[in-house]
Design a protein around this ligand. Structure first.
Ligand code: C5P
Length: 392
C-alpha cells in the first residue's frame, strides 16, 4: 500500500489507518505532502508504518534508494488519505509539482481517495468537476462522511473513519473473483419516515444494518450497487452509490430512477401507511382532545419492482419480518408480492431489529433453506453469493 497523506486536520486519522494496515500485515509505504507535514510528523508516520517516509521529489538520497516512478508502482494500491481539494485538483488535471502528485500521475496501480475538506470546498463546482473527472479516470472514492467539522461547519466533507477506509482498501486489494462484475443491483434499506406535521413522523425501529451489509457484500462481489436508504445513522458502504430518502413514495421514485437493474433486494422496513393529510403547522394540545390521524396505504415498493414488465429486474428479493408461522407467512408474501425469493426472519423475540445478528429462512418458489443465526454481515455475504449464482 502506498499511502499519501495530504494536508488537512484529518491527517491524524492517517496514523490510525496505518496502524490498522500494519495490524493486518499490510505493508505501508508512506508519502507525506508538505502540507501534511504541518499536521503530523514524519516521525510518527514512519514509526507506525515501520518504513521511512518520503516527502521530497528532489531528495537525492531518497531517489537513489528508489526513484519516484518506481515508488509509484511499488505497491498494489495507492491510497490518498486525506485527499485534500488541492490534491484532487492536481490529480484530476495531471499536475505533477511535488512527490505526491507525481506519484499519482506516474502510477499504473489502482488509486483510492478519502476526501477531507470543508463542506463548501467539497461542494464547490471546481471540486465537483474534479471528482467527476477522477471517477471517470477510475479513482475509487471512500466518503466523505457527513458531520461536524474541525472548522465549526457541518455537512459532507469529513474524512471517512479509518476502519471504513481500511475495509474499502482491503476489498480493492482483494483479487478474488468478482462474480457480480458488470451487474447492477438495487438495495433498499432502513426505515421510512412519514411526516405527520412539521416536527412529527411515523417511523419504525429498523436500523438499516442488514440492508447496508447486503449492499456492501454485493459490492465486494463486484456489483454496481444503488442503495436507496431511509434515514439511518450508518455511513454508506465504500463504493456503493447511496440515495437518501425519507418517505415510501420518495423511496419508490428513487428506485424507479435507478432502473434497469439485474436484481433488486428490498430490505427496507417501509411504513405501511402515511398520513392522509400532513399538517402544515405543528399539531397542538387543546380542548378538543387528541387529533385523529387518518392513514392511507403506501405503495408497495417490492411488489411494484416485481410486477411484470420490461424493466423488471431478473431477480427480486423481498424480506419478511414475522412474529409467527414464519414459513407460511413468508410463502404467502412471496406469492402476493410477486418476488422470486423471500428472506424471512422471526422478530418475535425482539432481539433482531437493530441487533448485529440475524436468523433467517430463504424461501424460493421450489425450496426453503434454514440459515443458522449469524452476524448480519455473514447473512449478507451468503445472500450475495446466492444472488451471484442466480445471475450467473
Ligand atoms: O408486507 P411487508 O411489509 O411485511 O413486506 C416486507 C417486504 O416488502 C420487504 O422486502 C419490504 O422491503 C417490502 N416492502 C416494500 N414496500 C412496502 C412495504 C414493504 O417494498 N410498502
Amino acid at each position: 500500500m502506498l499511502l499519501i497523506v495530504g494536508g488537512g486536520i484529518a491527517a491524524y486519522k492517517a496514523l490510525e489507518l496505518t496502524r490498522l494496515f500494519r495490524k493486518a500485515s499490510v505493508g505501508v509505504r508512506p508519502v507525506l505532502t508538505r502540507a501534511g507535514a504541518q499536521f503530523i510528523t514524519s516521525l510518527s508516520l514512519s514509526a507506525l508504518a515501520e518504513e521511512a517516509v518520503r516527502e521530497d521529489l528532489f531528495s537525492l538520497t531518497d531517489e537513489a534508494r528508489m526513484g519516484h516512478i518506481e515508488l509509484s508502482r511499488s505497491s498494489d494500491l495507492v491510497l490518498v488519505a486525506p485527499a485534500t481539494a488541492d490534491l484532487m485538483a492536481k490529480s484530476a488535471n495531471g499536475l505533477a509539482d511535488d512527490l505526491a502528485s507525481t506519484v499519482l500521475l506516474a502510477t499504473d496501480k489502482p488509486v483510492m481517495m478519502a476526501p477531507a475538506m470543508n463542506v463548501r470546498m467539497w461542494r464547490h463546482p471546481a471540486t465537483v468537476r474534479n471528482l467527476a473527472k477522477l471517477k471517470g479516470d477510475g479513482v475509487i472514492f471512500v466518503g466523505p462522511d457527513n458531520g461536524p467539522m474541525a472548522c465549526g461547519e457541518f455537512g459532507p466533507g469529513r474524512m471517512a473513519e479509518p476502519p471504513a477506509i481500511f475495509q474499502a482498501a482491503m476489498s480493492a486489494l482483494d483479487d478474488r473473483p468478482k462474480p457480480l462484475a458488470g451487474k447492477h443491483v438495487m438495495v433498499t434499506a432502513g426505515p421510512t419516515a412519514e411526516p405527520l406535521d412539521p416536527v412529527r413522523i411515523l417511523t419504525n425501529r429498523s436500523s438499516g444494518k442488514q440492508g447496508y451489509a447486503i449492499a456492501a457484500a454485493l459490492s465486494a462481489l463486484g456489483a454496481r450497487v444503488s442503495l436507496v436508504s431511509g434515514p439511518t445513522a450508518l455511513d454508506a458502504p465504500a463504493g456503493v452509490d447511496r440515495l437518501m430518502v425519507e418517505t415510501a413514495e420518495e423511496m419508490l421514485k428513487a428506485c424507479r430512477s435507478r432502473l434497469p437493474a439485474d436484481a433488486a433486494v428490498c430490505v427496507a422496513a417501509v411504513s405501511d401507511w402515511r398520513a392522509v393529510e400532513v399538517f402544515k403547522s405543528k399539531l397542538k394540545k387543546g380542548p378538543k382532545g387528541p387529533p385523529t390521524l387518518r392513514l392511507v396505504e403506501n405503495p408497495d415498493i417490492v411488489a411494484s419492482l416485481a410486477a411484470r414488465g420490461p424493466s423488471r429486474p431478473k431477480l427480486v428479493v423481498g424480506f419478511a419480518a414475522e412474529t409467527e408461522n414464519l414459513e407460511a407467512a413468508g410463502r404467502a408474501k412471496l406469492a402476493r408480492k410477486g418476488c422470486d425469493w423471500i428472506v424471512a426472519n422471526d422478530v418475535s423475540h425482539g432481539d433482531i431489529v437493530g441487533a448485529d445478528d440475524n436468523e433467517v429462512l430463504l424461501l424460493t418458489a421450489q425450496a426453503v433453506e434454514r440459515w443458522p443465526r449469524a452476524p448480519k454481515a455473514e447473512i449478507a455475504r451468503k445472500l450475495a453469493e446466492k444472488i451471484a449464482g442466480a445471475l450467473a
